[in-house]
Design a protein around this ligand. Structure first.
Ligand code: PLP
Length: 436
């Protein structure tokens, strides 16, 4: 229990518990607490219901093993295994030296908002700076957009498997996340008919993610057109997470917002983390109707005030500077993808070829059946016993059961070692003839 002290007592007089006791309270209701009485820490139900992303937990566990002298192959995190390109780094440092260390306009530096608006033409979207709100990463924008667009009781359609944050934030907002299937067996990874079957009068928002984490599928133009028609017919709003749009191995990325009537009902969420190797800089943005942008700007004012201005200058350099860094990353990722996917299929783990992003998402169902383990325990054993850090598909929703997510941002040497370790893990079963 946390004990309260008398006014003026030094901080050392407070006794912190080994484990705070936690009891849920209804949202917005703060029960009266008597001073000087032992109090239970009150955490609201929506906060207790907030989910998480297993990548950070697995990464922490892997780091603890490394601190004990173990060697770990890291295929768990979704970040390029390369430093930020030098011209972007230099722009950030230059801006710091030039004094870009104060508050910036909450919606973002006008030059960055303008560069983002211009860059949208590549995906068929015409936007102006006032449609753009800059945030500290794409994640806050996902958070703000969902909080702004759903009310308790609404249903939100989220990809399953899919980035776990959609489900988590929708639940936090009091809405009901409903998973729609994502599977490489459909041309764009999505079947609009399956989505249509889930729509009811409560459905407010459709969350799209293309290229997709974790399956690597990318929505093709025909599917996108069907989705656009569906969205208008049912008067839905779209949150279109396009953070991997530059990391598409073939074809051109189009946004659903490019379709007639869709810009008015879409929030594009994007950021600099992936294509420009800027995960730690924390820079993202949303593109949306102006009326919503004015509201979302207030979220920024109420939370971070602004994204750091020197980071925004680095973002301008990323968008306006040479793009060969993205091309080089894409070439490298394609070679890594081919190596890993071929190796996984050779081992008998069915793995479709990802069209974008940097994740392989093989099914390990036969192996799990033989071992009698769920994917999360298998992934934990891979880390603890074989030093291979990857994510169980279960963290991406029920549709991810029996899968692993392996990032192919690691070096080819590490990918080869990872395949060796997976071979070791599957050997007893392979010997029993259960794997093809
Ligand atoms: N959206 C998807 C699909 C992601 O995979 C990630 C990061 O893993 C994000 C959003 C968040 O990106 P950021 O680093 O910009 O917050």
């Amino acid at each position: 229990m946390l004990k309260s002290g008398r006014p003026g007592e030094p901080a050392g007089a407070f006794l912190y518990p080994a484990r705070a006791s936690v009891s849920p309270v209804s949202h917005g209701v703060t029960p009266h607490r008597k001073r000087s009485m032992a109090v239970a820490l009150q955490i609201t139900e929506p906060v207790l219901a907030l989910g998480t992303e297993s990548a950070f937990e697995v990464f922490a566990r892997a780091r603890r093993l490394e601190a004990c002298g173990r060697t770990v192959i890291h295929l768990e995190l979704g970040e390029p295994d390369a430093p930020t390109p030098p011209h972007i780094l230099a722009a950030g440092v230059r801006a710091l030296r030039n004094g870009a260390t104060r508050y910036a306009p909450p919606a973002g530096l006008p030059e960055l908002r303008s560069a983002i608006a211009d860059s949208l033409r590549d995906r068929g979207v015409i936007a102006s700076p006032e449609h753009v709100i800059v945030t500290s990463g794409a994640k806050p924008m996902l958070f703000y957009a969902l909080l702004a667009l759903v009310s308790p009781g609404d249903a939100v359609l989220v990809p399953d498997p899919g980035f776990p944050i959609y489900r988590s934030v929708a639940t936090f907002a009091g809405a009901r996340p409903l998973g729609y299937p994502v599977d490489a067996k459909w041309p764009g990874g999505i079947n609009p008919e399956a989505i249509a079957r889930l729509i009811t009068h409560n459905t407010r928002v459709l969350v799209l993610n293309s290229p997709h984490n974790p399956t690597g599928t990318a929505i093709d133009a025909a599917t996108l057109a069907e989705l656009a028609e569906l969205v208008c017919r049912h008067d839905l709003t779209v949150i279109s997470d396009e953070i991997y749009h530059r990391l598409l191995f073939e074809g051109e990325h189009r946004s659903i917002a490019a379709f007639h009537g869709l810009a008015e009902r879409t929030v594009i969420v994007d950021g600099f983390s992936k294509a420009y190797a800027m995960t730690g800089w924390r820079l993202g943005y949303g593109v949306m109707p102006v009326e919503l942008a004015r509201r979302i700007e207030r979220f920024v004012i109420n939370t971070t005030s602004c994204a750091p201005p020197f980071v925004q200058h680095a973002g301008i350099a990323a968008l306006e500077g040479p793009q060969d860094c993205v091309m080089t990353l894409l070439d490298q990722l394609e070679a890594h993808r081919d190596l890993l996917v071929a190796g996984l299929n050779r081992l008998g783990f069915a793995c479709p070829v990802p069209r974008g992003a940097f994740y392989a998402f093989p099914s390990v169902a036969p192996l799990l059946r033989e071992l009698g383990l769920p994917a999360d325990l298998f992934a934990a054993a891979l880390l603890d016993e074989l030093g291979l850090a990857c994510l169980p598909g279960t963290g991406f929703g029920p549709g991810g059961a029996d899968h692993l997510r392996l990032s192919f941002v690691a070096s080819t040497l590490d990918l080869e070692r990872a395949l060796e370790r997976l071979k070791t893990a599957s050997e007893p079963v392979a010997r029993a003839g259960s794997l093809s």
